[in-house]
Design a protein around this ligand. Structure first.
Ligand SMILES: Nc1ncnc2c1ncn2[C@@H]1O[C@H](COP(=O)(O)OP(=O)(O)OP(=O)(O)O)[C@@H](O)[C@H]1O
Length: 283
């Protein structure tokens, strides 16, 4: 928690401070149609490292544990969450609010792609408009009662991630990287940005870490070994999950059926699920 933001807050001794609910909060308040308990952002420095897949796997794992889960797809120009979950319905309106679209496991999803006439239509907007769309996904959506809202961030450290960090009351952030040095260098920027914004960083996820030989099970590491582990020890952050390159995961995500996935990545993501569940914030 950023204590400096809270010194003038009337609620600083009530436990409501910095939750988006208090009088001195710098964050957008929740609307009357939402009751969100925890907000977790999934971020990466670089595109294509599997941030949306990790967001989706985390949501699926939490929903299977019986939690009420939502995903706010803040990756406005490259939204992939509706595709991964096979969502095609348009969001409906309820009073003055927009209703999220539900997946088969009951995960509530809001994404700009749900509004586009064609899923491959581009969104050609400038930064401030993108940022205001994300704010609307918080303020104008009737999220209902949620134990966890997972925010799938756009890659990098631009306008939208900054808006999310400054406007939404994030309880924690997970940084995803593939094991290349370049990807890790870029994710380090993300970690520094989150630290400057006083967001608790729950830990790191290494995605596409290895390929398991289908014949002998040997782990082949096409991108080398160690850059994420090294970053974990340099930053003092825990490495919470190491996920393989898994053709089954890619196939089900492409088919919009990630909720049917039962493979290794779901098992390997368990330590992350437990940290999110218990809200340990070691950073
Ligand atoms: N562990 C994995 N095994 C196999 N395929 C994966 C894995 N992780 C991600 N992919 C595939 O890689 C592609 C990119 O993944 P994803 O969309 O999750 O990345 P991203 O970091 O969110 O990308 P973007 O920067 O576009 O938001 C997708 O086709 C996805 O199915």
């Amino acid at each position: 928690m950023d204590e400096t933001k809270c010194t003038s807050c009337k609620d600083k001794d009530t436990g409501r401070c910095n939750t988006g609910q208090c009088t001195g909060s710098p964050f957008l308040p929740q609307n009357e149609a939402s009751d969100i308990r925890k907000v977790i952002a999934v971020m990466s420095g670089k595109g294509g490292v599997g941030k949306s897949s990790v967001s989706a796997l985390l949501a699926v794992a939490m929903a299977r544990r019986g939690y009420k889960v939502g995903i706010l797809d803040a990756d406005i120009t490259g939204p992939s969450i509706p595709k991964i979950f096979g969502l095609v319905d348009r969001p409906e309106q309820f009073k003055n609010y927009i209703l999220p679209v539900k997946t088969s496991l009951g995960i509530q999803v809001m994404s700009l792609n749900l509004f586009l006439p064609q899923e491959d239509d581009p969104v050609i907007w400038r930064g401030p408009i993108l940022a205001s769309a994300v704010k609307q996904f918080w303020s104008d959506v009737a999220w209902g009662e949620l134990d966890y809202l997972i925010v799938d961030m756009p890659p990098g450290t631009g306008d939208v991630p900054l808006t999310v960090m400054q406007s939404l009351p994030l309880n924690g952030l997970v940084a995803v990287s593939s094991p290349q040095d370049l990807a890790m260098m870029v994710v380090s920027k993300t970690i520094k940005m989150a630290r400057q914004a006083c967001i608790p960083i729950l830990g790191l996820v290494e995605n596409m870490s290895y390929i398991a030989c289908p014949h002998c099970g040997e782990k082949i590491q096409p991108f080398g070994n160690g850059s994420v582990k090294e970053a974990a020890s340099k930053t003092g952050l825990p490495l919470l999950a190491v996920l393989p390159v898994d053709p089954e995961l890619a196939k089900l995500a492409d088919a919009g059926r990630i909720e049917d996935y039962e493979g290794t990545s779901l098992k390997n993501i368990e330590p992350l699920v437990e940290v999110v569940e218990n809200q340990k914030t070691p950073a």
